[in-house]
Design a protein around this ligand. Structure first.
Ligand SMILES: NC(=O)c1ccc[n+]([C@@H]2O[C@H](COP(=O)([O-])OP(=O)(O)OC[C@H]3O[C@@H](n4cnc5c(N)ncnc54)[C@H](OP(=O)(O)O)[C@@H]3O)[C@@H](O)[C@H]2O)c1
Length: 323
């Protein structure tokens, strides 16, 4: 099996290489690509040193079994169709194809069946959406979600390596910012992406539209406010949910959430510092308001659960393995 990772030197790409190794994927060949800037960089996979190459159209015509893309939407829009047209199954971490009809938007625990016997481009959802739908898909199956009101507390790593550098420089005294619209150190910023004419940010629109596509229900009302916080790794979310069908008790609701794969309920509460490196979504502080309404707190490693691990789980499912 030949695998390519595009954007291999980025926050997500480096983690993809690590997670491929951790999940026991044994490619006969692993090729790593980035821009010309970091061609020549050496990364380690299974004790082997692999040199990063510059991404080119020629390289994408090479017919890989899988290509994991994580180099931004523009790169994906240009290069992923070239790879796919040469027989490669593309797992794309960018927003380029997520809402395109016919392209599966996959969280393997929820709708992994979409990639069985599928060839072409598969979209990996937005990080905040993945951890939210993982903690809610069993609730939706049992009680049909009517409305979700969510506030996010998103780590700077969600904006890539340069964003982490920006926070770290500010922690050392710098006042400069170019990645975030304001200084993020000792601050919170209620803007992720750009605002459209309705006032919602692109990150909020992703949460609205991708939740509906993954849960296969365009009627779900999703009302997000996405906020960047000065945390390095781990997104948190405060989530309010209304269901159409009533649940009988806190216990029944809790057991329903517990049935979700790769989700764990914690009795106290969990913070982002504790989840870095984990592939689990942690749910805590479940509070029942009445038989149709509850609130909870969830936390997950955005680079793993929200990106790299989800991509590798898609690859495993596509290979015919369990998630
Ligand atoms: N961070 C997250 O939590 C997260 C979660 C879900 C999805 N994503 C998505 O994943 C993608 C990457 O995010 P990231 O956080 O890993 O960003 P990042 O740390 O900034 O890394 C970007 C990667 O893309 C490469 N790249 C940039 N322009 C390129 C070009 N023209 N040709 C080839 N390679 C190019 C970079 O290579 P150089 O080293 O050469 O610059 C680097 O390897 C984005 O689409 C992002 O929206 C990120």
């Amino acid at each position: 099996m030949r695998i390519a990772v595009v954007g291999a030197t980025g926050e997500v790409g480096r983690m993809m290489v690590k997670v491929l190794e951790e999940y026991g994927i044994e490619p006969s060949e692993l090729r790593l690509y980035a821009s010309r800037r970091s061609a020549g960089t050496k990364l380690i996979f299974q004790d082997r040193e692999i040199t990063v190459s510059e991404l080119t159209e020629e390289a994408m015509k090479d017919g890989f079994d899988y290509a994991l893309f994580s180099a931004g939407a523009d790169v994906s829009k240009h290069f992923a169709p070239i790879a796919a047209s040469h027989g490669t199954i593309v797992i794309d971490n960018s927003s380029a194809f997520r809402l395109v009809e016919g392209i599966p938007l996959v969280v393997p625990e929820i709708n992994g069946y979409l990639v069985d016997d599928y060839r072409g481009i598969i979209a990996n959802p937005n990080c905040s959406t993945i951890q939210m739908v993982l903690s809610l898909y069993t609730v939706h199956r049992e009680f049909e979600i009517r409305r979700i009101v969510v506030s996010t507390y998103q780590a700077v790593s969600g904006a890539g390596r340069k964003a982490i550098d920006e926070l770290q420089k500010q922690m050392e005294g710098s006042d400069e910012h170019s990645i975030f619209p304001q200084k993020i150190h000792l601050n919170v910023i209620p803007q992720i992406g750009s605002f459209d004419e309705t006032g919602f940010s692109t990150e909020e629109l992703k949460m609205i539209n991708e939740t509906r596509k993954i849960l296969n229900d365009p009627s779900i009302d999703v009302v997000p406010t996405t906020v960047r916080v000065p945390v390095l790794y781990g997104h948190s979310e405060a989530v309010y949910v209304e269901t159409k069908k009533p649940f009988e008790s806190y216990q029944q609701l809790r057991e329903t959430i517990e049935r979700a794969e790769d989700v764990k309920i914690v009795d106290d509460f969990v913070t982002p510092l504790e989840v870095a490196g984990s592939d689990i979504v942690y749910v805590s502080r479940i509070r029942v308001l009445d038989e149709n309404r509850f609130v909870f707190w969830n936390v997950a490693d955005n680079i793993r659960v929200g990106a790299a691990t989800n991509a590798v789980r898609i690859l495993k499912r596509s290979l015919g393995g369990a998630t």
